[in-house]
Design a protein around this ligand. Sequence first.
Ligand SMILES: [Zn+2]
Length: 699
Amino acid sequence: MSENKRRTRRQRKSNDITDKKLNSKARRKLVWVFSAVILALVGLIFRITYINAVSGEKYKRQVLTQSQQQYESRVIPFKRGDIYDAKGTLLATSEKVYNVILDCKVVNSKDTYVDPTVKAMVSVLGIDEEEIRSRLTDAKTKSSQYQVIRKEVSITDKKAFEEYCDVSAEGQELSQEEIIERRRVKGVWFEEEYIRRYPLNMLGCDVIGFANSGNVADWGIEGYYSSVLNGINGRQYGYFNSDADVEQTIIEPKNGYSVVSTIDVNIQGIVEDKINEFMVGLSNGPNGNRGARNIGVIVADPNDGSILAMGSSDSFDLNNPRDLTGHYSEEEIAAMTDEDKVNSLNKIWKNFCISDVFEPGSTAKPMTIGAALDEGSITADSTYYCDGFQEVAGERIKCALTSGHGEQTLAEVMKNSCNDALMQIAAKMGIEEFIRYQNIFNMGYKTGIDLPGEATGITYNINSMGAVQLATCSFGQGDTCTMIQEIAAVSSTINGGYYYQPRVVNKVLDSNGSVVENIDSLLLKQTVSEETSTHIREWMGAVVEPNGTGRYAKVDGYSMGGKTGTAQKIPRGNGKYLLSFIGFAPLDNPEVVVYVVVDEPNVEGQAVSTYAQYIYQGVMKEILPYLGVFPDEELTGINADITLNSVLNQHGEALAVPIEQVEDLAVPEPQEVDAEVRSGNDGQEEGFTNDEMDRMAGQ
Ligand SMILES: [Zn+2]
């Protein structure tokens, strides 16, 4: 404490000088103040020493990083996982690109930095000179430390820029002037980013979906598995150490998992080709330039619920999902408000096969007959007489063939798609049993497929269903469902009675490609017995026989079964129909099931399911050999000459064989009960749950 001694000496000297002026009271006060100050200083020194020892590093770092903001922490983005098809084809991936960031504050910190920096960016990266200079001079940006001057620069361009700045690199013969100039390139750095790419563009768009910037996704596999595909960002911290060197700490990002879809791009491609052929082929019809209002096709494995392909007529480019030009004319787009555009895009992005509900029509008959047989209301050898109509609660409900089908076995009922027989069968079951089986077949409930936006359709409940509703629902009119509900339910009637939850993804992989999780097929319930299922298969086989209503669906050389659907849309009598065909092969041991829906084909007479059969036949003909299903029947030449034109010419020679004809107004509209049932055909986005239906019925 020599300082203190010196201080005391100085104090004594000064006291001598001022002695005369200060009285003893004031002197005492002064001594007290000095002592207090000295004590405070000593305390402060102890405190500083203590803080320095305990937290010195922390504060030093804070001060240093604050003074050098370009070394503050930076995000290292994770790589979102890939999506593969069943055979390993890449459907969606993330590609690393770089954003060029301009730190205007650093560039402007010395006049000599500006020109060399601008020159480097123009000559190496091809960035517009005016753009750079305006950022460096504009009052709003000239002090900014983060200006994205160019997005999505390749690794090659990034390397070229870094080599340009690295004057010590070997092989460069630079003049002294050039070296000085290149050393003055400051304030440019590259920020990592990933952009999502879809190598197959439009193919499988409904199922794959797309991710927006920020790895946010709402549609398809991208949407449903978004949290699985996403990883965790890493971080890079940088600061100057006490020797003024840059110290860096890097926390590596955790990349997302990849998923493997059950979709097979080869089958998906075949499906989309057939849909497109139809849309183009009928684009000159009486109702505008769309070949149909909607077309949907699902290909599935009936033995485990795997979806092999799923497509609809509203395709879009996953790499450019907001482009409306393929869907609307320039004038139409110009006339759209922002809200119109959003609505149009949502309509295009929506997956018709799982989000649109409709009255299925006669493809519901395998379920009705299966239920009645299973619960014992009918037996396999029961016969039914069709006189062309059925009188139900004072309402005359007609069969498709108004002259009547006469006496029929169940195989003939299925083959002729006889409504009269179905109404008799449902009446025998009664409302309670009919609804019980609707629930067993999962109608009115989501299937739980691993895709967002699934609707449920609307079904009657025990309170809302009357005799007329029972009669019409027996042949698929009155209740509504989605394509995915229908194919899952029918699959269970033909595979031995097993209801599998449909799925589009079956594996999750880590970033090294190792399996993290196998998503097994999920058997939810038994709908009908093995024995019932065997009968249903056999009777559906009759449908595609040469004189059956599904004759045009038959692929020559292959045993198969199926069912037509020709549903009158609401309001009845407007000539609008939803046509469908669901079928499978081989007949005794189904390996693949295909469901085709053609909503309002662009033709004069819509009421023939042949349009759907044509697409079905085209798809099956190509995928059966691809799937390794061998022909198991003699060739007969059936459907060898079927073309889209021959289908269009319904009354021509080529198709002068019995077809399912439906008369307008044959089916009454869903009645009174509750208005909500009637609105079921409006493509209700989410449909209603059975609980909601119960509440509505209770009102
Ligand atoms: Zn009939």
